[in-house]
Design a protein around this ligand. Sequence first.
Ligand SMILES: Cc1cc2nc3c(=O)[nH]c(=O)nc-3n(C[C@H](O)[C@H](O)[C@H](O)COP(=O)(O)OP(=O)(O)OC[C@H]3O[C@@H](n4cnc5c(N)ncnc54)[C@H](O)[C@@H]3O)c2cc1C
Length: 916
Amino acid sequence: MLSELRDWHDRNQAPIQLRQAQQSGGDQTAAIQTPGKSRWPTISDRPPAPSAQNNNDGAPDAPNPSTPLRIAIVGGGIVGLCLALALHRHSLPFTLYESASKFSEIGAGLMVGWNALQCLEEVGVAEEVVRLAMDSWLHPPDISVVGMNGTCKEEKSGGDVFFQYRFGDGRREEPICTVKSPGGQITIHRADLLDLLLSHLPEDRVRFRKHLVQFEHLEYGVWLEFSDGTKEEADVLLAADGIRSTMRRLMYARTGQVDLQEPRWSGCLAYRALVPSHLVRAAVGDEIWGTPIMWLEPSRHVVHYPVAAGEYVNFLAYKSDYTKGRAPKWDGPWVEHEVDEHDMLKEYEGCGPQVRAILELVERPSRWAMYDIPDLPYFVQGNVALLGDAARAMTPHIGNGASQGIEDVHVLAHLLAHPKVTRKTVSAALKAYELVRKQRAQRVKELSWCSGRMWDLSAPGVGDDAGEVERVIRETMDWVWGVDIVKQLGDPGFSSKTREKDGTCDTNTFLPSTLICDQLTSEKLSYAPLDPTSQDKTEDGGDKDLESREPAGLEGGPAVDARLDGAEWECPKVAFGWGLPWDVLQAYYKLHVFPNEPTSILLFLGSMSGMVMNPVGFVIGKIADRYGYRLCIICGTIFAFLAMICAAFSTELWQFFLTQGVLQGLAIGCIHPVVMSSPSQWFRKKRELATGIVLTGASFGGGVASFCVQQLLIRLFRLSLFRDPIFWSVAPAIFFAAFGYLGFNFYLQQYTIYRLPTLKPSLYAVPLSAVNFSAAICRSSIGFLADKIGVVNTFIGSVFMAGFAQLVLWNFADNFGLIILFAIVVGFFGAAFVSLTSVLGAKLFGVKDLAALRGLLIMFMMPGNAAGPPVLGAVFAATGGNWHIVFSVSGVWCVTGACCLLYARFKREPRMFAIY
Ligand SMILES: Cc1cc2nc3c(=O)[nH]c(=O)nc-3n(C[C@H](O)[C@H](O)[C@H](O)COP(=O)(O)OP(=O)(O)OC[C@H]3O[C@@H](n4cnc5c(N)ncnc54)[C@H](O)[C@@H]3O)c2cc1C
């Protein structure tokens, strides 16, 4: 039926009324599931599981052997039951745990949006929902808004009216605008919807009186603990336990984010009641009773629409106080049943006669405090996911809370039903769900709160200006109600093509995340009456779009990503010994072991490990992502140990190349990608700072090891150096160069993602690889350049060029080509000073005690290595994420380093163009 209507919508013809279609006796099921019509495979397109047996309603009972997941659903509200039905339709085994002794819904009417109806179509209940609704029209998303100056005043009730907005005060009880959609809208009694969902579910999958109180992550699953002391194990836990979700509280308690656990009062109270239709009809006439209407007044608004096939009018009267901010404290009860209607009438003194006439029909309404929850940074933790109100409960001002929950269900069920989703890969599927749903759901939530203020005629920039109210409604209606939910699943080909090809279940390959995000972010919300800048910014000024592309990580909490394996704590330890003091050894080799070998050969020996490290790191990165970081770190540590031991027994140059070049390169290649990427996987907000601190371990390692090696090699030390002004030209040059050397290594990938958000994820690391390959070329060729133009000139030129590249090239690198160009230039020149330090010392101070000198000079690198990236991280945070200032600071450090050495250069060789 709905696909027929979609076709209709495509052809822009008149709507088809359900009852007429039913009378025509066509094969409606076939019409719904016409192969090839839907971009997303419908449930019936999938072959049933081999062992499946069909039950009465056509859904196979036996679990699909290719996805033998044990799914626990917690919470049996509308969203939990919809999810159960969707999983049942997909032949996925589940158990639903509900804390109450039976299913029940309090409250009365529920608007069901087109967005939700498409999902209900998939689980096979859309037609029955429509039958239970007032007008029984299905309406494709063809929403139009007719304003005051249009034909609004002449609109009649029912039919195509989706909602009508009117001023409700006594002065002007007149229409503001009418939202139209073919067939009007679907409003249903909650109890009817609940009964309908239940009638399609097998009873044996439901456990009542099971109130979840605790959960525990297992390696590939979850332990659930209930208030009756029982425990259950499941592979996946899907929590639809409502606005006061226990699961949300438990998840966020683990990370100490107390402010995210509890709902916040919105400053609004609502009286709710069902009033028999004939009374309303008699009081206000046919047109008003049959039309969904929102009456707008300062600080209060009234909504009513018919439900239960027109038998009742669902009535809500809201009263708000926003003077105490967004989330004032509310000491009263959540819900009060059967309050005195005179209390309500007192709140509505001075309203218009039609509103008053309806209010006077209400007897013993319930009074609800309206809550929502803050934006959650993640919906998913390991194999646990929040959905429905548990994930993003919203104020009811646009009547879309349950519909959003049903959208969650649609996405989750499709992802879980994918044949490649297993116990091991299901967490990636859950992350994909979060990726798809979080942004839209939270924007709808925000819009709902803003709309509440608009209905109370107190939205900043809108107030009681009817034209503005109409404009906002026009701009937001279609975005909320008319969304094509198929889009939310992204590339229709992902299920077969992308994942079959490489067989992985990584988030990046599992869903074409950038495509999905593009689709979502392209639907910009133009109404942001409270803070126009808040739409795309996180609380700390980050970019929501960017964050939404990332898998849900925890800020210092337990590892949610099995790939980390707890290895993150080993990284600093290993990094401690990783910054090996190569140049101390090199100077020693030059002096005592290979005095006749050219400097460039010894430099090449030092750079060999870097050359080997890059391709190894490329391969290891993939292996680490798939098999865990711990394995790579263990291998790297063994290689490093072997390299040192074997080098100790080496006598020939080629043996040193094998041990300190190849084997050492293997060791670093195993460790480096893991060390570099661990902090980003663990931390989300202070990622730069975290990376810097973790990498500080390497610098300390380098500093301490250099000192120790130097002491072991030569015990004497030239204190007279400290009195030489040339030394105080060299030392600061190294000091500043080191500060400017690591920044681009740490931030280039993040900058690439920030600048090019739609870039294929597989290309994110290319610039960093270009830096490293370029550095490898530099290390093997810089010696030749130094032989040609002089080591001091080469040192000054290369450090200056590294600074220039950051100041000029990086600042203007706004496309992939320029970023790569920058990476090549900075990679080449940025690494040069490390290789040249020993020969620079030899040139300026002679080769006597060169290793000791080298050890001393290397100490001047330590502050930059340790503090450079964290300082840049602090600059980034302090400037509200201004990349240009970060590049400039880093570039200025390098240029300052180059300038410092000019004194030594011209003191020793005053001729401008001399080789020195
Ligand atoms: C006044 C008002 C009007 C609204 N109007 C609309 C509308 O017109 N359209 C619309 O789409 N939405 C509307 N909404 C929003 C809609 O009601 C909610 O979004 C929807 O009901 C949420 O469903 P849920 O299943 O996520 O949560 P709930 O309905 O709250 O269900 C949660 C379930 O979990 C169970 N549970 C809780 N804790 C545990 C535990 N620890 N263990 C086991 N079980 C547990 C509870 O017993 C309950 O059955 C309205 C909301 C309000 C307040």
